[in-house]
Design a protein around this ligand. Structure first.
Ligand code: NAI
Ligand code: MG
Length: 356
């Protein structure tokens, strides 16, 4: 089982280090190879996704990714920015299905931004389409506006786009996932104003007919945002496009206590996957040894389960994380009165110990 380890920038290196320690402690035959990505790769090789890194990722059974990005790269041309590395990996590996489970662990009910009764027992799964939508649609660019409210003014434009096959495959992923859970899918769109999402809604409805055992409903994205903070437990599986999924999953993160708790998996059609925390490189706390490594450690667990067929090992990691939380250990992002504040490495140590 070959794993490409791509720590990236900012807290990426600190949190991935802890996840690698946990993986090494499992006594599985894992072959891990590390490579530079993002700003770190740009600094060393002048490109955020060097050929060698892409090759390693393609040849691996799975990729464990930290995070990329820093304000200091904001002035670079877009193709050279660190964030292009993650878009490039998604595109090149065909990673179209992004799984973002939002689970509120019993021990963190009090850390949520919502009232305990709204999040106790929360377990929802947001499935975000990753290869289409406004992030990739052409044309895009800047020009002098030929028409509109201010003809002659400078304007920028991106194109929102989805094709039927892209929607079909992500819809199937969502219905299949719901079958293994509570058999409900909420498809989130903006069909009332966007043609892209009218197609989305039509196609999801059609695919839904193949899954009569799964209940399907549709919700506009603005209402979905409201429902997520009003009554999040009403959701089971939420499926949506690339941009809405990006935003809604960060909102869902806060329900669980901290974005530092939220793992993610991005899969292609052959179950090869990239696993990363849902958060970014957190430049504001990078290098301070205080980042929460649990999202990355839980991402490693998802990797074992989804891409490496090691469900028992994944269960062990998840149980260890819960045990550590039950012991009252918290990184600053989830620390509250009555709990013990620890740093990144101490949290890693505690998880290792809890693995037994
Ligand atoms: P961010 O997720 O890096 O940080 C948002 C806030 O959450 C910050 O206050 C940060 O300190 C905190 N935070 C994030 N992860 C944490 C952790 N593990 N433990 C404790 N606190 C944590 O998002 P932001 O600030 O919008 O972006 C920072 C950089 O990350 C940007 O360059 C952005 O482009 C990049 N980014 C990269 C992603 C990726 O690599 N997949 C995803 C999102 C953003
Ligand atoms: Mg995001």
């Amino acid at each position: 089982m070959k794993i490409a380890v791509l720590p990236g920038d900012g807290i990426g290196t600190e949190i991935v280090e802890q996840a690698v320690r946990v993986l090494n402690a499992l006594d599985l035959k894992l072959e891990m190879e590390t490579a530079l990505v993002g700003g770190a790769a740009y600094d060393a090789h002048g490109h955020p996704l060097p050929e060698a890194t892409l090759k390693l990722a393609k040849e691996a059974d799975a990729v464990l990714f930290g995070a990329v990005g820093d304000w200091k790269y904001d002035k670079l041309d877009r193709p050279l920015r660190p964030e292009q590395a993650i878009l490039g990996l998604r595109k090149n590996l065909g990673l179209f299905a992004n799984f973002r489970p939002a689970i509120c662990y019993e021990q963190l009910v009090g850390a949520s931004s919502l009232k305990p009764e709204l999040v106790a027992g929360l377990d929802i799964l947001i499935i975000r389409e990753l290869t289409g939508d406004i992030y990739f649609g052409q044309p895009r660019g800047r020009r002098v506006s030929p028409d509109g409210h201010f003809p002659g003014a400078e304007e920028a434009f991106d194109t929102m786009r989805y094709t039927r096959p892209e929607i079909e495959r992500i819809a199937r992923v969502a219905f299949e996932a719901a079958r293994k859970r509570n058999k409900r899918v909420t498809s989130v769109d903006k069909a009332n104003v966007l043609e892209t999402f009218q197609l989305w809604k039509d196609v999801v409805t059609e695919i839904g007919k193949e899954y009569p055992d799964v209940e399907l409903d549709h919700m506009y994205v603005d209402n979905a945002a409201m429902q997520l903070v009003k009554a999040p437990k009403k959701f089971d599986v939420v499926v949506t496009g690339n941009m809405f999924g990006d935003i809604l999953s960060d909102a869902a993160a806060m329900l669980t206590g901290s974005i530092g708790m939220l793992p993610s998996a991005s899969l292609n059609s052959s179950n090869q996957g990239l696993y990363e925390p849902s958060h970014g490189s957190a430049p504001d706390i990078a290098g301070k040894g205080v980042a929460n490594p649990l999202a990355t450690i839980l991402s490693a667990a998802m990797m074992l389960r989804f891409s490496l067929n090691q469900a028992a090992a994944a269960d062990r990691i998840e149980a260890a994380v819960q045990k550590v939380l039950a012991q009252g250990l918290r990184t600053p992002d989830i620390h509250s009165e009555g709990t013990t504040k620890v740093g990144t490495r101490e949290m890693g140590d505690a998880v290792l110990k809890a693995l037994g």
